[in-house]
Design a protein around this ligand. Structure first.
Ligand code: SF4
Ligand code: SF4
Length: 297
């Protein structure tokens, strides 16, 4: 457990490293209030999303999802999980977003329909209005999943909603916010929960291109158990064969994620262990083209 002095030192280092001085004053003030003893609330909203990331988050193994959403993140609202509904839910969200309910982190799952705001509403207000207003009241935001990070499937060419990720949304609005991107379709529960625990217990995790370095600094390819086969040019010719899956279109070389060392489903398996090539679900290019091949041709 770090003490307050260490925390303040770390916060100062991180502020310098991430240019936090550029952030709006209310955001800086909220960030300064965070100590290891005070866990900010988490307000979790969904835009253009299939809810797959929320389902994945509930697959967390240890600690359990219940512990994570009560002890570590103090979930104030979640579209699917909250018992509150109707006007009560809308009032609750409004209180947080308007800055009247105390400090909070905003978690966003799903893309923002920039060209067609009415395509995604909460109550009778566009989802985009909420996240625009949150820019000046939240301590920071976490984009959960490839849709919230890069636009994902809703942003595939031909979609008339003009779907974009959160970072692009705030950029177009000229809003400086603290934003952590966690791509993945769906997202790995560890990537999100460990980031949240780090945020509330220690402070900002180290980021690279807006993503936690711990999870997204090496390609799937670099740590793949079939990398040796790749080097030896031993390639699978059909699904189920042993050997590197490169010639079957594996996107591991183009995808930053630690699946090959982390594994999925409580460490039971992961894509390549199941003889399926990586489809690049955490990559910015995922689902970009409407003719997206799930495997590189
Ligand atoms: S299976 Fe994919 S990730 Fe693994 S070594 Fe081959 S190309 Fe790289
Ligand atoms: S191996 Fe590739 S497709 Fe599979 S979960 Fe990881 S990034 Fe996504």
């Amino acid at each position: 457990m770090i003490d307050r002095r260490q925390l303040m030192k770390m916060a100062a280092t991180m502020s310098a490293a991430f240019g936090l001085s550029n952030l709006p004053e209310p955001v800086l003030a909220a960030l300064k209030k965070i100590t290891p003893d005070r866990v900010p609330k988490l307000v979790y909203l969904q835009g253009q999303s299939c809810t797959g990331c929320s389902i994945s988050l509930l697959q967390a193994a240890s600690p359990s999802p219940l512990t994570l959403i009560t002890d570590y993140s103090k979930l104030a609202f979640h579209t699917d999980l909250s018992a509150t509904s109707g006007k009560q839910a809308l009032d609750l969200i409004d209180q947080y977003i308007s800055g009247q309910a105390g400090e909070y982190f905003l978690a966003v799952e799903g893309a923002v329909p920039y060209d067609m705001p009415d395509a995604c509403v909460i109550g009778d207000k566009p989802f985009a209005d909420y996240i625009e207003k949150a820019a000046s009241t939240m301590a920071g935001a976490i984009a959960i999943g490839t849709c919230a990070t890069y636009g994902g499937i809703p942003a595939a060419e031909g979609n008339p909603t003009g779907a974009i990720g959160l970072r692009e949304f705030y950029k177009r609005l000229n809003k400086e916010v603290l934003l952590i991107d966690i791509p993945g379709c769906s997202v790995h529960p560890d990537w999100v929960w460990q980031t949240i625990i780090h945020l509330v217990k220690v402070g900002l995790p180290e980021l690279k291109d807006g993503k936690p370095s711990l999870f997204f600094s090496r390609t799937v390819h670099e740590t793949c158990p079939r990398y040796h086969d790749f080097q030896e040019e031993i390639f699978a010719q059909k699904f189920g064969d042993k050997g590197c899956l490169f010639k079957l279109g594996c996107l591991g070389p183009n995808t930053l994620a630690d699946c090959s060392t982390r594994w999925w489903n409580d460490s039971q398996t992961w894509c390549i262990d199941a003889n399926a090539p990586c489809i690049g679900c955490a990559s910015p290019l995922f689902a970009r083209n409407k003719n997206l091949p799930f495997y590189r041709k």
